[in-house]
Design a protein around this ligand. Sequence first.
Ligand code: NAP
Length: 249
Amino acid sequence: MLTFTNRTALVTGAGRGIGKAIAETLARHGVTVICVSKSADSCGAVAAAIVASGGKARALAVDVADGAAIAAASEALLKEFPTIDILVNNAGITRDGLLFRMSESDWNDVLTTNLTSCFHWTKLVGRPMTRARWGRIVNITSVSGVMGNAGQANYSAAKAGMIGLTKTLAREFASRSVTVNAVAPGFIKTDMTTEFVNNPEASVKILEAVPLKRFGEAADIANLVTYLCSEEAGYITGQVFNVDGGMAM
Ligand code: NAP
C-alpha cells in the first residue's frame, strides 16, 4: 500500500476516461479528490460515486480553456482547502487534421485546453504547494508529444510543450520538495479513442506499432500516476514515463 498522509488532490478531466480512473484510484488510497471537468454532470457523477463508496471527493465544473474561470475557481477552492498537495493536469482534447487543413481555431483550442490550462492551474495551486514544502504535480502528456504524429500538429505541440513545462517546473520547485513529472500514454481505451478502437481496420494498423499488441486501459495510467503522487516517489522528478505498450521505445 502506498503512503498518503491527509492529502488533497485536484484532477482535471476527472469526469471520464483516464482522469476518472486517476481520481478513483487516488480516492481508494485515502486522498480527498477534487474532480474537475467541463460538464458539471460528469465530474458530479464521479465525485458522487467516490463518496458513495466511502471516499472523499468533491466536484468542480470549470472550463480549463478559460484562464479567468480557473483563477476564480482556484481562489474559492483555496479558501476551502488551504493546500492542495497533488495536482494532476489531465484534461485534454483533440482537433485532428493535417497541417494545411488545420484552422487557427483548432490550433488555438488544443493549445489553450491542453497546455495553457497547465500553466494556469500550476501557477495558482503551485504557490501554496511550494509554501507547504511538499507537493506532487503530474502532467498527462502523450506519446504524440514524444514521437510526433501526422495529423496532430496542434496536439503534439501542446503535449511536447507539457514536457518542457514539466522539466522546467521540476527544476524550479525542487528546493521545495515539490516533484513534477509527466506520463505519456499511448492508445488507451477511452471516449477519446473510441473511433479508432472500435474500427477493426484502424485498430489492426495501430496495434502493429504496439509491441504488447493491445490497447491500454485507463487503470494502466492511473496506477503509475498514483505511485508518482505518493510519499514513496519523492526522489523522482522531471521525468517523462511512457505507458504505451512499448510504442515509443
Ligand atoms: P476523454 O475520455 O475524452 O476525457 C477528457 C476529460 O477532459 C473529460 O472529463 C472532459 O470533461 C475533460 N475536459 C476536456 N476539455 C475540458 C475543458 N475545456 N475544461 C474542463 N475539462 C475538460 O479523454 P482521455 O482519453 O481520458 O484523455 C485524458 C488525457 O490523456 C488527455 O489529456 C489526453 O490528451 C491524454 N491522452 C489520452 C490518450 C488516450 O489514448 N486516451 C493517449 C494519450 C494521451 P467533460 O467530462 O466535462 O467532457
